[in-house]
Design a protein. Structure first.
Length: 274
């Protein structure tokens, strides 16, 4: 186990995002015996997955010792009801790592009764395959050890971008936190369009999935080449791709749609504050 990973961790909320992060931590050497998950509403599939991984699951924090790291992965709307139990877990040196969309460090501090040791981050679900990306901001009182632990936990599930301006977390949420859903919708739409163009539906879906997978891998492997250059490399003048891009790059095409999409998610993240 990395020396920067916590000696003990409580995961409050073991839903999709919590389980995705857990996958990365276990893969990077955080022992299952050091982790406790708290989630009274977890469905049967989630319970079975935790059991398979050997991670202890409990319905409440009652009786648990203070961990070195407490990760908040509950729904933002449930912070108020979960705050008392979370507060009881926080010791003098506990790192609180929150991935709650919209909930600011000041919100967390007031509800949890602590000002030190809070890191707010926004990862995304590719964390489950160690290909996520997280942006993180630390409260001023956070110690070097706590920040290093947060970095190790987030680096276990992908890349980490540290920022100083907490206000940027909301647009980060809109771009990368919610972004995988946009990509999955693109696959759905591309497959549906292929089927309407005459392809068998299953073939259209296989083509759409493989195309997005391959394009993503190109972006991952070639970090030096701009996305716009990769796009131009596919586009022959007067060809089929150029005809398609005329539609996507029209004044009412993809760019303004994505701009409205990110604006809507950013706005919702800000509404979740407080």
């Amino acid at each position: 186990m990395s020396t920067e990973l916590p000696s003990s961790l409580v995961l409050l909320g073991a839903g999709k995002m919590g389980q995705a992060m857990l996958s990365g931590w276990l893969a990077r050497g955080l022992e299952h015996s050091r982790i406790t998950a708290i989630d009274p509403l977890l469905d049967e599939a989630g319970r079975a997955l935790l059991a398979k991984r050997g991670v202890r699951l409990t319905a409440s924090p009652e009786g648990l010792p203070s961990p070195e790291a407490l990760v908040l992965a509950i729904k933002p709307q449930t912070l108020e009801s979960a705050a008392a139990g979370a507060r009881a877990l926080i010791g003098k040196n506990t790192l609180v790592l929150s991935i709650l969309a919209g909930k600011r460090i000041a919100d967390l501090s007031s509800r949890l009764g602590v000002s030190a040791g809070i890191v707010r981050a926004m990862p995304n679900t590719p964390a489950a395959v160690a290909r996520g990306i997280s942006a993180a901001v630390a409260a001023p009182e956070t110690t070097a050890r706590q920040r290093a632990m947060a970095d190790a936990l987030l680096a276990s599930i992908g890349r980490v971008e540290w920022i100083e301006d907490e206000a940027l977390i909301d647009p980060v949420t809109a771009v990368s936190g919610s972004g995988p859903a946009y990509v999955f919708l693109l696959v759905e739409c591309l497959a549906e369009a292929g089927a309407k163009a005459g392809l068998p539906a299953e073939l259209a879906m296989r083509l759409a999935r493989a195309t997005i997978e391959g394009a993503g891998e190109l972006l991952f492997r070639d970090q030096e080449t701009e996305a716009s250059t990769l796009r131009r490399n596919v586009t022959s003048p007067g060809g089929t791709t150029a005809a398609a891009l005329e539609v996507l790059m029209a004044s009412d095409g993809l760019s303004p749609l994505i701009e409205r999409t990110v604006a809507a998610a950013t706005r919702r993240a800000r509404e979740l504050a407080g």
